[in-house]
Design a protein around this ligand. Structure first.
Ligand SMILES: [Zn+2]
Length: 136
């Protein structure tokens, strides 16, 4: 399936860009804090970021990649990461399946229609796709 992976491509082209992920790691659409939602220019920057499933860090630049993984594989990666990060608390065990499925679906819906190599940037709940820069 097509997913989003962390990329250094176009990193730094936009003011406030940041990249703390491991290049190539699979990303998820992270939650946005209230400060960023209310004051997108003055918040912590999470409203512009994607989360790394492995590093648990964030980046403002994502790239569409068609990886040889199934949605079930992606679901396992999401479940493991969100559990490790503390999002899937035991108190809400009955919601875990739904949270994992929604997280996979967000990525799938965003990446599937886009050609591989497309750069995706985010502003809160809006996502913008850019053709990859031409090779030098
Ligand atoms: Zn924030």
């Amino acid at each position: 399936m097509k997913v989003l992976v962390a990329t250094s491509s176009t990193q730094g082209d936009v003011d406030g860009d940041y990249s703390f992920c491991v290049p190539g790691e699979i990303l998820w659409i992270t939650m946005v804090c209230d400060t960023d939602r209310l004051y997108p220019e003055k918040g912590c920057g999470c409203g512009r970021g994607f989360g790394g499933l492995t590093s648990h860090r964030a980046t403002t630049t994502a790239e569409v990649a068609d990886l040889d993984i199934t949605e079930a594989d992606m679901g396992l990666a999401v479940r493991t990461s969100l559990t490790d990060q503390g999002w899937l608390a035991p108190e809400i065990a009955e919601m875990h399946d739904e949270i994992v499925a929604e997280t996979v679906e967000l990525v799938r819906a965003l990446a599937e229609p886009l050609p591989e190599g497309t750069i995706v940037r985010r502003r809160l709940d809006e996502f913008h796709a850019f053709a990859p820069p031409a090779a030098p």
